[in-house]
Design a protein around this ligand. Structure first.
Ligand code: XCC
Ligand code: SF4
Length: 643
């Protein structure tokens, strides 16, 4: 099944767009080291029932599978048909994704509360202004209070959002009034962050919610508890504790590894650990130890979203996105990989065994058989951080220089575009952006987000879609693995404005910003929501009326499903590049790809080819412009490949 790429080339070239990845995949083949692509091939053919979402093992009368388009059984043992089974499976996927983000948010919140209580080590309030702004938003009387006292009260209020004591999450008030009224009317206003996911597990137990529309509506609500709840708490408190990002120039790809240094990669999602590791790696004693072992110093690099958090706030270089996690080990130059949680393939332990690299797990909820586990505790964060860095330095002594192969020169990329930074660049108000959109210099804005998936040529979906959008004067906002993909492709420096259409180019050049803005990690997708809400409120319209769209060209994760769903439920049209497991139910597909438009003012589309996805998005943006009474283009977008 073709998933999004028609790129020609050798076998290895078809797997990734990038030279660094290709060189390491070739090395893996030479040395007989198994990677994600080998395992994907070994899984072929993948189960058609599962791919269509029509298998169910929610109870032990099953497992069941139904055959809605053929002669086989139409119902599971309990009587559930394809609609019910697909909706239940999708609901559970959303709940799992929302839970991952929200539990990450809870971990941040707990450290924040302990910081307020004065019992942590290595943490501080780094953005007091943001703390005070959040306090005001949440109704905490902060006049005359010390930051720690404010933090304590704010933490208590946010903790309540995880339970069920409210009828609406605190941050939901950030959405425009039209939107919150619509959510109320539909009965999908998120109440408690934990509550909505638990209720989804309840509803999808055998014999509870047997109406696919009702289940999917609760899916929207569950996703909203992530976007306007758990993820938003994660992002906002991370800014308070680790600093609100400001534009910074950094580097990306495997070329960020330094042969002469101890190389330590931070992989996962939670900045609570990585921020402390950064402090520990500057410890003079550890730097001295590295020198005694013969290294020039300690070089920290990021992977995936922990890497994004570090790059956004501190400019730490980025080794790569999701599909690079095995390949970074294949350089032979990585001494330690420190992992927290999410998107970490268990296989990294196996690949590391072929080299000297130590894999250090740190979260008690995310252990890896074969890895060294060092339990992270915020009360002794700095001491633990130093212990972890020391292991990396010691592992360097075991490195075999003859096994080191670092491909490629690193590429420069700019990061750090928090909403605060974007508004700052605009002079403190959304007005210049709104004016540029009204004047048609910028047609609209699109969030291109999400993962890599080995079913798609690595980064092709992100890079090609982004290119087409900026050529058509559409500002692109990137997070997660998409940001890293676009960085590697050289599309994220101010000089990349020359890749954009004339209108967008002019605006970017006058502000000195790239046409593709790095807004952070996956939880930071909420920054896009906040920006969209600010634009909508400024114009006095709902988010669904704005010329905006979302895209996840190479998504793989349950978190991405939750993100896509809250983006749609917030009123933004979203295009997926990889098929979700819903095509076994015509009714579910019809609801998500058509009917939702009448319900929440936005819908999903699935389009594997980024050229076609770009065309869909351009048409959507022009239609939104027309409906707002703005100048719009009638003809389809100019596609460079159409010639
Ligand atoms: Fe990347 Fe966040 Fe996806 Fe994981 S989920 S593969 S974007 S690292 Ni966020
Ligand atoms: Fe089969 Fe119904 Fe049980 Fe699912 S819930 S396994 S469809 S009997």
């Amino acid at each position: 099944m073709a998933q999004g790429t028609a790129v020609m080339g050798t076998d290895i070239e078809r797997l990734s767009l990038n030279q660094d990845a290709r060189a390491m995949i070739a090395r893996a083949r030479e040395e007989g080291i198994e990677t994600v692509w080998d395992r994907l091939a070994a899984q072929q053919p993948q189960c058609g029932y599962c791919a269509l979402g029509i298998s169910c093992r929610n109870c032990s009368m099953g497992p069941c599978r139904v055959d809605p388009f053929g002669e086989g059984p139409q119902k599971g043992v309990c009587g559930a048909d394809a609609d019910v089974i697909v909706a239940r499976n999708l609901g559970r996927t959303i709940a799992a994704g929302a839970s991952a983000h929200s539990d990450h948010g809870r971990d941040i919140l707990e450290v924040f509360a302990e910081l307020a209580g004065g019992v942590t080590e290595g943490y501080a309030i780094r953005d007091e202004a943001k703390l005070r702004a959040l306090a005001e938003e949440w109704g905490v009387e902060s006049d005359g209070l010390e930051p720690a006292e404010i933090a304590q009260e704010l933490a208590d209020l946010m903790m309540e959002d995880y339970g069920t004591r409210r009828s609406r999450l605190g941050f939901a008030a950030r959405a425009p009034q039209q939107r919150t009224e619509l959510w109320d009317k539909l009965g999908i206003t998120p109440r408690g962050i934990d509550r909505e996911s638990v209720e989804m597990l309840h509803r999808t137990h055998m014999g509870v919610d047997n109406d696919y529309v009702n289940t999917l509506l609760h899916g929207l609500r569950t996703s909203l508890s992530d976007g306007w709840g758990g993820s938003m708490i994660a992002t906002e408190l991370s800014d308070v504790m680790f600093g609100t990002p400001q534009p910074v120039v950094s580097k990306v790809n495997l070329g960020v590894l330094k042969p002469e240094c101890v190389n330590i990669a931070l992989h996962g999602h939670n900045p609570v650990l990585s921020d402390v590791i950064l402090q520990a790696s500057a410890d003079p004693e550890l730097v001295q130890l590295a020198k005694e072992k013969g290294a020039a110093g300690i070089n920290l690099v990021g992977l995936c979203c922990t890497g994004n958090e570090l790059q956004m706030r501190k400019g730490i270089p980025m080794a790569g996105n999701h599909l690079m996690q095995e390949l970074v080990l294949l350089t032979g130059a990585l001494d330690a990989m420190i992992v927290d949680y999410q998107c970490i393939m268990p296989s990294v332990v196996d690949v590391a065994k072929c080299f000297h690299t130590v894999i250090i797990s740190t979260a008690d909820k995310a252990k890896f058989t074969g890895a060294t586990h060092i339990s992270f505790d915020p009360h002794r964060a700095l001491a633990i951080g130093k212990d972890i860095v020391r292991r990396g330095v010691e592992a360097y002594a075991n490195r075999n220089p003859e096994r080191v192969r670092i491909p490629d020169e690193a590429v420069e990329m700019m990061a750090g575009f928090s909403v605060e930074a974007i508004l700052g660049a605009l002079g403190g108000t959304p007005e210049p952006l709104v004016e540029a959109i009204k004047a048609g210099k910028i047609r609209g804005a699109v969030g291109v987000v999400g993962c890599n998936n080995p079913k798609v040529q690595q980064d092709y979906g992100h890079v090609r879609l982004t290119q087409r959008l900026i050529e058509n004067d559409i500002l692109v906002l990137v997070t997660g693995c998409s940001a890293i993909a676009n960085g590697k492709a050289g599309q994220m420096m101010p000089a990349s404005a020359k890749l954009a259409g004339p209108g967008l180019r002019e605006v970017c050049e006058s502000l000195g910003i790239p046409p593709v803005l790095h807004m952070g990690s996956c939880v930071d997708n909420v920054r896009i929501l906040v920006l969209a809400a600010a634009l909508a409120k400024f114009l006095g319209v709902d988010i669904s009326q704005l010329p905006l769209a979302g895209a996840a060209p190479e998504w793989y994760s349950e978190k991405a499903v939750s993100i896509g769903t809250y983006v749609v439920a917030s009123g933004i049209f979203t295009v997926l590049g990889v098929q979700p497991a819903i095509f076994g139910s015509r009714n579910v597909v019809k609801l998500l790809a058509e009917g939702l438009d009448d319900v929440v003012g936005a819908k999903f589309a699935v389009e594997a080819d980024p050229e076609k996805a770009a065309a869909l998005i351009c048409r959507h943006i022009e239609a939104k412009r027309e409906a707002l009474g703005l100048e719009h283009r009638d003809r389809g977008p100019v596609l460079a490949s159409a010639a």
